[in-house]
Design a protein around this ligand. Structure first.
Ligand code: SAM
Length: 224
């Protein structure tokens, strides 16, 4: 029976991959990558020479049929995204669901755990982690205000992803909706300029305005 592995890869530091992930990536017949050029960096580093094929958010249904055909032939496949865990604000969830449905659970879908930015951020944030809600990326327009109201009213820690283009706008919204909440911004996790900044939304906005170079990179926002 074919196996379909969902494999977490690093979120910055290429050392953050498990022995098991490397050994499975070496053994599979094909690796499905969000972006084959991005995945090549990790494959080259660990001398993994498996075949790759792209599978991303805009892949057509024909690609899914092709993946089904490989699985019917008895091939073992691995799915990776550009960074972190596939399916977490990344492609993969829909494909896994289709595989389970199409093969009536006859194909084993096996997760290979590893890095994910939200858990990495929470673990060193110093904010409460016993209960939290992950919101993914906030919508740009419709529903955005509703989510800020949810964040304002939340009784548990709220975690979401943000792009550098919207980080200031998001802090301004947090100032408007929940000025007194404690916020932690985890930036460039596992990379050279990794940084955790904690304070009220206003304190953090002032910090970013004073240090425009810190507005670059990748961010996880945690609101206690
Ligand atoms: N699948 C990934 C995971 O498991 O975390 C998330 C992919 S999502 C497309 C990319 C977003 O995750 C970034 O915009 C950022 O918000 C967050 N992220 C990914 N890597 C990060 C890092 N090294 N530091 C901070 N945030 C990161």
């Amino acid at each position: 029976m074919s196996k379909f592995y969902v494999i977490a890869t690093p979120i910055g530091n290429l050392g953050d991959i498990t022995f098991r992930a490397i050994s499975i990536l070496k053994s599979v017949d094909l690796i499905l990558c969000e972006d084959t050029r991005e995945t090549k960096k990790i494959l080259d580093k660990y001398e993994i020479s498996a075949l790759t094929m792209s599978y991303h958010a805009h892949s057509k249904l024909a690609k899914v049929d092709k993946i089904f055909a490989f699985l019917k032939e008895g091939k073992d496949l691995a799915l990776v995204s550009d960074a972190g865990t596939p399916g977490i604000s990344d492609p993969g969830a829909m494909l896994v669901s289709k595989i389970k449905e199409h093969f009536n659970n006859q194909i084993k879908v096996i997760p290979i755990p590893g890095a994910t930015a939200l858990i990495t951020a929470l673990s060193a944030s110093g904010l409460p982690t016993h209960e939290f809600t992950f919101l993914g990326f906030l919508p740009h327009k419709k529903g955005r205000e509703t989510l800020f109201k949810e964040i304002r009213d939340a009784k548990r820690t709220m975690v979401f992803y943000e792009s550098p283009h919207r980080i200031l706008k998001t802090l301004e919204s947090l100032i408007k909706f929940c000025p007194d909440k404690k916020v932690c911004i985890a930036r460039e996790l596992t990379k050279i300029y990794e940084e955790f900044k904690t304070g009220t939304p206003l304190e953090i906005l002032e910090y970013f305005n004073k240090n425009p170079d810190k507005q670059r990179g990748e961010f996880v926002i945690i609101v206690a």
